[in-house]
Design a binder for this molecule. Structure first.
Ligand code: ADP
Ligand code: MG
Length: 354
């Protein structure tokens, strides 16, 4: 018996050796992993790519993310956003890219009945989310700040590539810029010949292709109630996975009440509903980012309705009562971690599906 075991082991070792010597140098190179970590857009970012000669494509992608930040940031003095916000009603000429992202954001705004709103900035400022000097505003302050908002105040002249903001409105791309940066980063990597990569821009994850061995990427979904534990794992390829929730950026007032940085444009209050987090799985990361913010504003019922009507994406909703709701396309791709196996995932189907 013992003898047989040894023999088997030897065969295994020999097979492994022949496999390695059979490898071409190119194959070995395609497994090479490179990673860059940096801080941008107020968060930690990681780019990981396989099969590159060195870090050059990753640094190009990092530079692209920083360029997007300089272009769209509401706080960078020379950004187009800062210039637009300071321009008054005549507006300014904007780069084509700026017009395109504005249009994408407005598209989500329109489809979600205003849940995603680029003009929410004055309200965000009032609550102190832009400075860290938090306060719960009174009704008059809130009414005045809300009067400055409204996506109708964004006027675009596509022919001349100009945007103007009416009535002292101000825009902020905080709910969509990271998603856009992730798409741009993958585009840069692709152009540099990379076919296997994953970027994580502070929880906005986007993947290019599969892992170098052909298997799917695993993206863990945080438990919003403990935040240091992962509740589930998604397996994806060529998809973005973007999560919005009230658990990452918030403050607690003197009465112990918690206020998060996602604002409901209908009343100017930080979102408080039955959702803890929303994860969107979509081919494009830009839309996933805007949608994750918008679905979080809508709450579970309306988010599910929205998905049923418009759902060309997949979604996971974690609710305050411990519920886990996922769209049917994730049936074989989303599973709960061992500690959470007691919970049930409720899969929802779109109308017309069996
Ligand atoms: P995170 O930035 O943490 O990934 P989100 O993608 O949900 O989370 O974006 C939240 C940011 O979006 C806020 O910090 C703010 O800049 C902006 N924002 C807040 N509420 C809204 C809203 N209703 N519509 C559009 N943008 C919003
Ligand atoms: Mg977002």
């Amino acid at each position: 018996m013992f003898h047989v075991k040894i023999k088997k082991k030897m065969i295994f070792v020999i097979a492994t050796v022949s496999l390695i010597t059979g490898c071409t140098l190119k194959n070995l190179q395609s497994q090479a992993k490179h990673q860059v970590d940096f801080f941008a857009m107020d968060t930690y970012m990681t780019i990981t790519a396989y099969g590159t000669d060195g870090k050059s494509p990753l640094n190009q992608a990092k530079n692209e993310i920083k360029r997007v930040e300089r272009e769209f940031s509401v706080t960078e003095e020379n950004s187009t956003t800062a210039k637009l916000n300071a321009a008054g009603e005549d507006g300014i000429e904007v780069p084509e890219e700026y017009m395109e992202l504005t249009k994408k954001a407005l598209d989500v705004t329109e489809k979600t009945g205003g849940a995603f709103d680029l003009t929410i900035y004055p309200v965000l400022k009032l609550w102190g989310f832009t400075t860290g000097e938090y306060l719960v505003p009174n009704k008059v302050e809130l009414r005045d700040a809300l009067a400055l908002t409204g996506f109708q105040k964004i006027q675009k002249d596509e022919e001349n590539c100009r945007i103007a903001l009416k009535g002292n409105a101000q825009v902020d791309f905080g709910g969509i810029a990271k998603g856009y940066a992730a798409d741009r980063a993958l585009e840069v990597l692709k152009k540099a010949g990379v076919s296997s990569a994953i970027v994580n821009l502070g929880g906005n994850v986007a993947t290019l292709g599969t892992k170098p061995d052909g298997s799917l990427w695993s993206v863990a979904i945080r438990d919003p109630q403990t935040t240091d534990q992962y509740m589930g794992v998604l397996r994806v390829k060529d998809r973005a996975v973007v999560t919005s929730g009230g658990y990452e950026r918030y403050f607690i007032d003197e009465n112990g009440e918690k206020w998060c940085h996602i604002i409901d444009p209908s009343d100017g209050y930080p979102v408080k509903n039955d959702l803890l987090s929303v994860t969107i799985v979509n081919r494009e990361s830009t839309t996933a980012d805007a949608l994750s913010t918008a679905m979080y504003v809508l709450g579970s019922e309306k988010a599910m309705e929205y998905w049923e009507k418009n759902g060309e994406f997949e979604m996971i909703l974690l609710t305050t009562d411990g519920g886990v709701i996922a769209t049917e396309g994730l049936k074989n791709l989303f599973s709960l971690m061992e500690n959470y196996e007691g919970r049930e995932i409720k899969f929802i189907q779109s109308e017309g599906a069996e």
